[in-house]
Write a protein that binds this ligand. Structure first.
Ligand code: FES
Length: 108
């Protein structure tokens, strides 16, 4: 198991994560207030982030939440992404929620 740091832009939060946990789990584990209490399975879109720096592996993501253009520009769902290096990211999440289902999850 490898450990990396996650750095959340504009919040000066840096925390240690392991590669077997997706970024959303790591945010929750480290009590990051912006981490949404969503589905954790790619089905609601509330955990959208933009990767600014770093390598990662990702599971498939619904085009309903991440367009091809967004994906090409580093937007991902935090619950579908696993770090492979130190990562810097920006939280997008709730700003992108459009449906009532998405909005109901809110933030913890
Ligand atoms: S928590 Fe629902 S898509 Fe990530």
């Amino acid at each position: 198991m490898k450990n990396f740091t996650l750095t959340m832009k504009d919040h000066e939060k840096v925390f240690l994560v392991d590669e077997s946990k997706h970024i959303l789990d790591s945010m929750h584990k480290n009590s990051i207030n912006k981490a949404p209490n969503g589905c954790h399975g790619g089905g609601c879109g509330v955990c959208k982030i933009k990767i600014l720096n770093g390598k990662f592996k990702k599971l498939s993501m619904s085009r309903k939440y991440i367009s091809k253009e967004e994906e090409d520009n580093g937007f991902v769902l935090a619950c579908r992404v696993f770090p492979m290096s130190n990562i810097e990211f920006e939280f997008i999440g709730k700003k992108q929620c459009k449906t009532n289902k998405e909005k109901k999850y809110g933030f913890v």
